[in-house]
Each structure stands twice: as C-alpha cells, then as structure tokens.
Design a protein around this ligand. Structure first.
Ligand code: PHE
Length: 339
C-alpha cells in the first residue's frame, strides 16, 4: 500500500494537461468514486492497525496534492477561456498610425513663427467676401483685371459676393476695426479662376503681413524681409527687390532670394538667373489707409504677401503643385520630420 501511494505521489506531481477536458479526465482517473485514490481509501480498512496512522497521513497528503494540482491546471484553462472569449470593442482592427502635419501647415507655421519674433500676431477672416474688402478698400479701380470673371470666382446671384483672391481682404477688416499700431499676419486659403496644372491651382494659400505705425519706412520693410529670408532659407541667403505694381502699395516691389540650389550661379531651377521670386510687397498706399479710416498723414505702413505653396516648393522641391491637395498618404508622409 505504501509503495502504491508513493508511486501515485510521484505520478501526480508530474501531471500535465493541455486543455480543460484533459483536466477533467484526470480528475475522474484519480478522484472520482471509482478513481485510483478513492480506491485506496476503500482499501484502507485492510491496513494493519499499527500502520493505519502513517498510511492515513500519506493517503490524505496524496489526495490533497492531487486536488491542488488539478485545481491549478483547471484555473489556467479557465482564465485563458475568459480572455479569449471577451471581445474588446474599443480596440481598432490594426494599430493606429499617427498622422503627420501637412507640408503646407508646416511651412505656414514656420512663416508665422519667424514673423512672430518681430511682434506679428495672426488675424483671420472669411473666405467668402464682399467686393469692398477684397478690392474696393484696397484701391482696385473698377476696371482692374483682377475683378474680371477670368480671375475671380463670383457668386452668380450677387456679384458683390466672391471668393477672396488674396488674404489682403483680412487686412481691410483689421484696418477698419483696429487702431494703429497694427502688426498682423493673415494666413489662409485664396481662390483664383486658373486652369489647374502642375504649376497653378484654382485655390492656394497665402500668408500676408501688414505693419502700420508712425514713421514706418521702406527700410523697415526690407529689414523684416531680409530677416525672414535668412531664417527661412539659411543665413547665406541674399534678397533683391525689383520694382513692381500692386494697386494697394506704393512703391511696390517683388522680392527674389538667391537660388539656394546653385548658390546664385545659375541653374535650371532659377532659369539661369541665380534668383527666385518669393513674394510681393510695398508701402501701403495712403489711399488704402484713408479708405479704412486711418490718417495717412500720421501713419504709414508696409505690407507683403507670399504663396505658401511657392515657399513649400522651394523648401521641398515638389515638382507638381497638385500633390499638395491630393491627400496621397505616400506623398504626405514624407514631411513627417521635415522641419
Ligand atoms: N496681395 C498680393 C497678391 O495676392 C500680394 C501682396 C501683398 C503684394 C501685400 C504686396 C503687398 O498677389
């Protein structure tokens, strides 16, 4: 009897099962009424008197060990079943990928960041505008070609309502509602009736700037733009201002930066001139200040405006402007850590 118990103790210690059913089979084998251990308890009455205490202890030990072992194995499979049956509906099917900033947002934010160091704050306005804020206040004569249907999207029922063609319209709002000194940046989307191609779209993005105070001079404008160019494109960047024309600035200029691809020597990108155009600027025309209720004898100001796509193209060398609005993830993902 003792040997039998010893052998079973060994056996039970090494028991394994690979699922719940197997655990149950083992329970039947050892502990059910007809199981091996129960059988030993029945045989116990035949054990000689002086042996009863020792054998009894051994039997109880075997029974407890078996019970513990089976319980332990059972609980493993019960826990497994519990976790695999529970469906977590809050989980996504596949791991969530973090989005990345759009290249135009990256560039727009950098432009804002650079000018904010010069004290500029951001002003925003509506994309659907009236004629006065887009053209009238900004000294556009009634026959100006920008007012033409070819360039501007008008609302058919009311030609006074249109999609803004530049964010200078926000400057009209600021000038009529705020008193100088004014120092604002106007970022936003603008619309022009252009045929869509790799180099033009019917909408694009601008950041325009306006500074009005006493004694603001063209030198202030030039210095601010030089600072911007060096911050945006690198310390070695040079600028050049070419005379130009805008109805709302006088004098007006267009600004080029030295081509950073060839270092100014001339290449295909800069059409062998060594320079690439990046923005329009000028001193705010006194007629604009007056139209917006600002005394042009006391105050003067400068304004500038640039296309975000243009700056992004210079930074990222994107060959087709349409990529910026197609939302192709393969394109957008490249700018993850671009700046
Ligand atoms: N509004 C002009 C444009 O859209 C840019 C500009 C802004 C030029 C301010 C001069 C001064 O092209």
């Amino acid at each position: 009897m003792k040997e039998k118990i010893q052998a079973l103790l060994q056996e039970v210690q090494n028991l394994t099962a690979s699922n719940k059913d197997e655990v149950e089979q083992l329970r039947v084998k050892y502990l059910s009424k007809k199981g091996e251990i129960s059988q030993l308890f029945l045989d116990f009455k035949n054990v000689a008197g002086e042996e009863k205490r020792v054998v009894g202890q051994m039997l109880n030990e075997l029974k407890n060990l078996t019970q513990d072992k089976l319980n332990e194995m059972k609980s493993v499979y019960e826990n497994q079943a519990a976790t695999s049956n529970k469906i977590d509906l809050s989980r996504t099917e596949s791991p969530i990928e973090f989005g990345t900033r759009h290249p135009l947002s990256i560039v727009k934010n950098e432009i804002i960041e650079i000018f904010s160091r010069l004290g500029f704050t951001v002003a925003e306005g509506p994309e659907i505008e009236d004629d006065w804020h887009v053209f009238g206040a900004l000294n556009f004569p009634p026959e100006h070609p920008a007012r033409d249907m070819q360039d501007t999207f008008f609302i058919e029922k009311n030609p006074d309502i249109l999609l803004r063609t530049h964010t200078s319209s926000v400057q009209s709002h600021v000038m009529t509602t705020q008193k100088p000194p004014i120092r604002v940046l106007c970022p936003g989307r603008v619309y022009r009736n252009e045929a869509i191609s790799y180099r033009a779209h019917c909408f694009f993005h601008q950041v325009e700037g306006l500074y009005i105070d006493k004694n603001v001079s063209f030198a202030d404008l030039k210095q601010a733009l030089l600072y911007f160019a060096k911050e945006m494109f690198g310390e070695e960047t040079q600028i050049r201002l070419r005379p130009s024309y805008f109805p709302f600035t006088e004098p007006s200029a267009e600004m080029d930066i030295s081509c950073d691809l060839c270092g100014g020597k001339g290449c295909n990108f800069c059409k062998h001139t060594g320079w690439v155009e990046i923005l329009g600027c000028g001193m705010v025309d006194p007629a604009v200040l007056e139209a917006c209720g600002i005394d042009s004898k006391v105050y003067s100001g400068y304004a500038f405006g640039m296309g975000v796509e243009r700056i992004a193209n210079l930074k990222f060398r994107c060959k087709d402007l349409r990529m910026f609005s197609e939302n192709d993830l393969r394109f957008l993902k490249q700018f993850d850590s671009a700046l």
